[in-house]
Design a protein around this ligand. Structure first.
Ligand SMILES: [Fe+2]
Ligand SMILES: [Fe+2]
Length: 193
């Protein structure tokens, strides 16, 4: 799925379902961070008009997702907790190239975003298929489709702006790295936990 090297063990969905309040708080902040990430890409790369346009739409969509999650939290009588640490994303951030040319850092930043979208999409798929709560299963199905589109957008921009960089080769390195990294996760009631 989306080139991912390792799929999530469906038993992770049981862990998630056993603590829905925690999953929802963690999830809400994942959406907020996705919006913030899109906004900072816009801020740092205003010369790319098409990127500004499409990432504005993504930032809005991610905040709509945030709103949907906080609505569910409210409906169910839970409360939004503080932002949870996302060790998985922090490890991916460390893998992203920050040296080299400005463009190679930019391309890696896009691949970083594509990677998170791909795994989030896969986790939403697991939730949509394996949790018993029908309302949430449907909700996660819809989000899975949306995050798959974001994945395509980020990877598409990486290819468009790569110029002399080999995006396919670098994307393979990302998939390999993530495939190893994810073996340490799948045991917690967090979206990337
Ligand atoms: Fe989202
Ligand atoms: Fe997304």
């Amino acid at each position: 799925m989306l080139g991912l090297k390792l799929l999530t063990d469906p038993r992770w969905a049981n862990i998630a379902e056993a603590n829905i309040a925690e999953i929802l708080t963690d999830h809400a902040w994942c959406e907020q961070k996705a919006a913030s990430n899109a906004i900072s890409l816009i801020t740092q790369n205003p010369e790319h008009e098409d990127l500004v346009h499409e990432l504005t739409a993504i930032a809005i969509e991610e905040m709509q997702h945030f709103q949907m999650v906080i609505d569910i939290i409210k409906q169910r009588g839970y409360s939004l907790g503080r932002e949870r640490k996302d060790d998985y994303v922090n490890q991916l951030m460390k893998f992203a190239k920050k040296d080299g040319s400005r463009n190679s850092a930019f391309i890696d930043r896009l691949l970083f975003a594509a990677m998170i979208e791909a795994r989030s999409c896969e986790r939403f798929r697991v939730l949509s298929q394996h949790i018993n709560d029908e309302e949430l299963a449907n909700f996660y199905h819809d989000l899975m489709v949306s995050e798959a589109n974001h994945y395509t957008t980020f990877l598409g921009f990486a290819r468009r702006y790569a110029v002399d960089l080999n995006v396919d080769k670098r994307w393979k390195e990302w998939l390999e790295f993530e495939g190893d990294l994810i073996t340490s996760y799948g045991t917690k009631e967090h979206i990337h936990g």
